[in-house]
Design a protein around this ligand. Structure first.
Ligand code: ADP
Ligand code: MG
Length: 574
């Protein structure tokens, strides 16, 4: 919590302002009972109407001032809290944007979302309450005690009993609720995760008739969260009546002791009333403090979670002295081994190969053999565990991220479509692309056929995730996006899987022509897609099981010939 508060420093001016007005409000509060005592003691007892009106007017004025300072301090406190929340959200967002996939894997997507929304809201709330209540409560509690004692030390003795009782109560509330609040945030995470999985996987869940199962899973998580919340609220349901009880007992004692003294003539009626008011103020400041205890533990759990994101080291850093490569498009893997976070088995093991500039290379291997992992490493989404990857002879760790992205274009295996028009989606590949260039790219990707038939052509809106497009259409848009920029290296990770054989081969032919000056890597599960390429790399269980042309591999690679025979008929092989 404290660690996050350092980001509040830049608002110290606003904070000081808010606190000054809060304290001012507190002092005015303390002054009011004093005036009231005067009215009773001197005005009412002596029947002095002028005096009553005079002091009454003063009280009215002070009340107005009181309200004004309350409004001002609330305004500033709210402003600080909101600005702080905004800062935190953008800091977390920036941080997450710089995360490598390694960190995203480590946290998980749902919790990153919860942390940047709900957790920060908790922190915001507590900053506001702290500014308003935490600075007001001590003024009222301490000031009230001093004022009460100055009115009548004897009457104030009552506080010697009621204040410790309150302290003990607040202590036990804090002790009991803090762990509950901590677990509440975790349970909220879980709820969000289930909700998210259900929303993204809604088709699968329906298709496999898992709706009831999922409903149950959600219900359980929801119930769990509810029960914890209820537990906490039950405690607080007891707190306020308890404080009222202590307060009322205190007042009864006050009146009792006070009445005896008034009878003896050692105390004035107005003073009893004033002390009573102070006692009420002191008790209310305890209510305020216990309010803080509702929010503080939860916010501090939230703050820890937010801080965890902010303080996590991004494992992939920019090189200090980035090297500018020759930009030819040569790729070399030197004895590369890679483990995913927490994985015992390497996803890739001792991978070595070289791709020359301008080559068209295919990578084939059963699913899970490490094809996408290879690409993740080449694009530096993750860093290798051992070995090195060179582009044009330069270790990719010595390239700036920008340089790397400028050299390599990736069409990922699952096409990502953003909400916006088709044009917007393709333009991601090249910001300043002209309409002609976009249409040209769509043509190469064999997407123009269907795009040109749409009512608004490239200006047609696609929904988020491209749900109004077929799988093959999405893949072709992704291909168009991938090839529109001028890069040295193009990678297609299983990008033709949803295309029929005819379209697949048309796309490949168009690519051959369009990308003839670049290095191209095509990953596929289909032999037909890659068998005619310059070089084929066969992956099997994270290891290389052969490199060469189709003809060579048929002789040398057992794994390759097995894949081939299961996929192709005799005449195609020859
Ligand atoms: P392919 O693309 O050839 O189908 P991948 O490269 O995606 O295979 O996966 C290779 C292996 O690495 C698989 O065993 C898979 O379970 C594992 N793997 C892939 N991504 C991750 C990840 N983010 N975290 C942990 N393991 C992963
Ligand atoms: Mg893959």
């Amino acid at each position: 919590m404290m660690k996050l508060f350092k980001y509040l420093k830049k608002y110290s001016f606003l904070i000081t302002f808010a606190i000054i007005f809060v304290i001012f409000q507190g002092l005015l509060n303390l002054y009011l009972p004093d005036l009231m005592a005067d009215i009773v003691n001197q005005g009412v007892v002596r029947g002095n109407i002028d005096y009553i009106l005079n002091i009454g007017g003063k009280m009215l004025l002070i009340t107005l001032l009181n309200i004004t300072s309350a409004v001002i301090s609330t305004y500033f406190a709210a402003k600080v809290a909101m600005l702080f929340g905004k800062d935190l959200r953008s800091m977390v967002f920036k941080k997450v944007m710089n995360f490598s996939l390694h960190e995203v894997d480590k946290f998980g997507t749902s919790t990153l979302i919860t942390r940047n929304t709900n957790d920060i809201t908790q922190i915001q709330t507590v900053v506001f309450l702290m500014l308003r209540l935490v600075s007001l409560a001590p003024v009222m509690a301490i000031g009230g005690t001093i004022m009460a004692v100055s009115k009548s030390a004897k009457l104030s003795m009552v506080l010697l009993v009621s204040i410790p009782v309150m302290f003990v109560a607040v202590y036990f509330i804090a002790k009991y609720t803090m762990p509950l609040f901590r677990s509440m945030q975790k349970k909220l995470d879980k709820l969000n995760r289930i909700l998210r999985e259900n929303l993204t996987g809604v088709r699968v869940i329906r298709a496999f008739a898992k709706t009831n199962y999922e409903k149950q899973r959600f219900e359980i998580a929801n119930e769990d969260l509810t029960q914890t919340t209820l537990k906490v609220n039950r405690v607080f349901a007891l707190v306020f009546p308890f404080i009222m009880l202590v307060m009322n007992f205190t007042i009864v004692f006050l009146i009792w002791i006070g009445a005896v003294q008034v009878d003896k003539g050692t105390l004035q009626v107005g003073d009893i009333m004033a002390v009573m008011q102070y006692v009420i103020q002191i008790m209310f400041s305890f209510i305020m403090i216990s309010m803080i205890f509702i929010f503080l533990p939860r916010a501090s759990a939230s703050a820890e979670r937010v801080y965890e994101v902010l303080s996590s080291e991004t494992s992939i850093n920019e090189p200090e002295n980035p090297v500018i490569p020759e930009r030819k498009g040569e790729i070399e893997f030197k004895d590369v081994t890679f483990y995913y976070e927490k994985a015992k088995e390497p996803a890739l093991q001792n991978i070595s190969f070289k791709v020359h500039p301008g080559e068209f290379v295919g990578i084939i291997g059963s699913s899970g053999s490490g094809k996408s992992t290879l690409i993740n490493l080449l694009l530096r989404f993750y860093d290798v565990s051992k070995g090195e990857i060179l582009i044009d002879g330069v270790n990719i760790k010595d390239l700036s991220q920008k340089e790397l992205r400028n050299m390599v274009s990736l069409v990922p295996s699952r096409p990502v479509i953003f909400s916006g028009t088709i044009e917007d989606n393709v333009r991601i590949g090249k910001e300043n692309a002209t309409e002609e260039e976009i249409i040209e790219a769509l043509k190469v990707a064999q997407a123009w056929d269907f795009v040109s038939k749409l009512p608004n052509g490239i200006k047609t809106e696609v929904s988020q995730g491209g749900t109004n497009l077929s799988g093959g259409q999405k893949q072709r848009l992704a291909i168009a996006r991938g090839i529109i920029g001028e890069k040295k290296i193009y990678i297609f990770d299983d990008s033709f899987s949803a295309l029929d054989f005819k379209t697949d081969s048309k796309v490949r032919m168009a690519l051959r022509e369009r990308l003839k000056d670049s290095t191209v890597i095509i990953i596929s599960l289909r032999v037909a897609t890659i068998m005619n390429l310059d070089k084929i790399i066969v992956l099997d269980n994270g290891k290389i099981a052969g490199i060469g042309t189709h003809k060579e591999l048929m002789q040398t690679s057992h794994v390759y010939s097995e894949i081939v025979t299961t996929q192709l008929s005799e005449e195609e092989i020859a």
